[in-house]
Design a protein around this ligand. Structure first.
Ligand SMILES: [Zn+2]
Length: 514
């Protein structure tokens, strides 16, 4: 009897599975990315997979079919870890919209940092952040607060503190080293570490007067608090005192204080000595210094009139002519007369300077252990530096690297094959995460497309992804294209290439100490 009934029971059972399985599987994932080419730079996985995301985490990567509340069909697209950029000076919603279109999920300004640190985090908590945010303690703004009695309000370049300090002597960049100033500066930086700053920034190229003993002492705090340091090094030149010498200084600091070090934009500081600087970094690493170099894929740099390295005599030091420098807002090429007039009347004017050659950029891109950092500057609008959520893209002015560094790298990989796609993704996600991870637990879960990791994901078309912004007026802030989906903490922030007005970004911050 049983034998005769068995087939009928099986049919019923099978139907039951079909009938009930679909709704129960549908509840398994908040979001499924299907049929994408999943690339993970840590494990080197490079294969078509389905990705299941739930509760902000990547919970499944499989060849099996998955279904979720929302599904993205990523056929023909790469599914990569969200890009991490430690050189994102633009810290307001307009800049974040552009970063998102460029595939960046964690844009942090670790070169300049912020001071006070708690007001930096308060800004984003109040504003709400599309992407993840975080900061180092800014040595320069702590110094400015102490020596020039100005309040950068945690908003650094946006705060007007530089201009206020410059009206009154700018002691942060003019006062000769006095050991008696050190305790107050140290106390200010330490306060920032207690407020959860995830490292200490030394953009010392902008205040070259700072005493070496002070730089060394402050790095001792980084050791004490178990955080890294970064530097835009003291010199920008290819003759002594050169960028190479500036890097030697910071490598010594990192070695003596036993702290990890990120050296920003190597070609920009080292110019004709780029290869030698990269060799220096490799040599230090081989001797046990935890050091990472960085580059952006452009041959022109962004700066401002009163920068120390543009003091008279810069032509010889940088190997350029006045006409190699243009006013960012107008595109006007400088003459000696115009430069003198700006020094007198408008010393904070933003400039672009054509100082690098393609081979310097290629050298840095090819070198293992050198990561990508856009050096995205705050954009200039008619009435200030803040664009916000609704400003049309084309209205911002500034260096195009802030809009599309990462798409440009992906285009260069496609066109020039200087490095592999996996190597490029590594330099834009895994390696930055690996640098901070030992000291910043949240970064151990990012920069990786693996089960158990935070779901920060960038989905791009490798055959079409491209940068669109250029130095030309009206094109500085054109967003990248070919990156249709970006996901932050499991939430879609770019959908069909449109930025969503939502704020799933979280603070990357160390524990706050009372
Ligand atoms: Zn810099």
């Amino acid at each position: 009897m049983f034998g005769k009934l068995a087939p009928a029971i099986w049919v019923l059972f099978a139907l039951a599975v079909v009938t009930f399985a679909t709704p129960s599987v549908a509840q398994d994932y908040d979001l499924v990315i299907k049929n994408g080419r999943v690339m993970d730079p840590e494990t080197k996985l490079d294969a078509v997979r389905n990705v299941g995301i739930k509760g902000g985490k990547i919970v499944k990567i499989t060849t099996d079919a998955l279904s979720g509340a929302t599904t993205i069909d990523a056929t023909g697209h790469v599914v990569a870890p969200g890009f991490i950029d430690y050189h994102s000076h633009g810290q307001e919603p307009f800049a974040f919209r552009l970063y998102a279109r460029d595939g960046v999920t964690t844009p942090m300004d670790l070169e300049v940092g912020a001071y006070p640190v708690d007001t930096f985090y308060e800004y984003w908590e109040k504003e709400g952040a599309l992407l993840n945010y975080g900061t180092f303690v800014s040595h320069v703004f702590a110094r400015m607060a102490v020596l020039d009695k100005v309040d950068p309000g945690g908003r650094g370049i946006y705060s007007g503190a530089i201009g206020a300090a410059m009206k009154d002597g700018a002691e942060f960049k003019s006062k000769v080293y006095d050991p008696l100033d050190e305790p107050a500066i140290m106390a200010a930086v330490e306060e920032g570490l207690k407020q959860g700053g995830i490292g200490i920034s030394y953009p010392i190229g902008y205040y070259t007067i700072a005493g070496s003993p002070e730089v060394m002492s402050v790095a001792g705090l980084a050791h004490e608090y178990g955080v890294p340091i970064t530097s835009h090094v003291r010199y920008l030149a290819q003759i002594p005192p050169s960028g190479y010498l500036g890097m030697e200084e910071m490598l010594t600091v990192a070695h003596v204080q036993d702290v990890p070090l990120l050296l920003h934009h190597i070609p920009s500081n080292c110019l004709g000595l780029t290869k030698q600087c990269l060799d220096l970094i490799d040599g230090a690493r081989a001797r046990g210094v935890d050091v990472v170099g960085e580059f952006y894929p452009y041959t022109f740099a962004g700066t401002y009139v009163d920068a120390d390295y543009l003091k008279p005599g810069y032509e010889k030091r940088l190997g350029i002519k006045p006409s190699d420098i243009v006013v960012t807002a107008t595109g006007e090429k400088l003459t000696n007369e115009k430069f003198d007039q700006l020094r007198r009347d408008a010393p904070t004017t933003d400039l672009l300077m054509y100082t690098m050659k393609d081979e310097y950029v290629a050298e840095a891109m090819k070198r293992p252990g050198v990561i990508v950092g856009s050096d995205a500057m705050p954009y200039i609008f008619k009435d200030g530096f803040t664009g916000g959520w609704d400003t049309p893209y084309v209205t911002g002015k500034g260096h195009p690297r802030g809009s599309c560094t990462h798409a440009k790298i992906l285009r260069m990989v496609r066109e020039d094959q200087t490095i592999t796609l996996m190597e490029a993704l590594s330099k834009m996600s895994y390696e930055p995460a690996k640098f901070l991870g030992p000291m910043v637990p949240q970064m151990r879960k990012r920069g990786r497309l693996q089960e158990g990791m935070t779901a920060d994901v960038t989905i791009f078309d490798p055959d079409a992804v491209t940068d669109n912004a250029s130095w030309e007026d009206g094109k500085n802030t054109l967003p990248s294209t070919g990156i249709p989906y970006v996901i932050v903490n499991g939430t879609i922030v770019v959908k069909d290439s449109k930025v969503q007005r939502i704020t799933p970004g979280v603070a990357i911050r160390n524990a706050v100490q009372k």
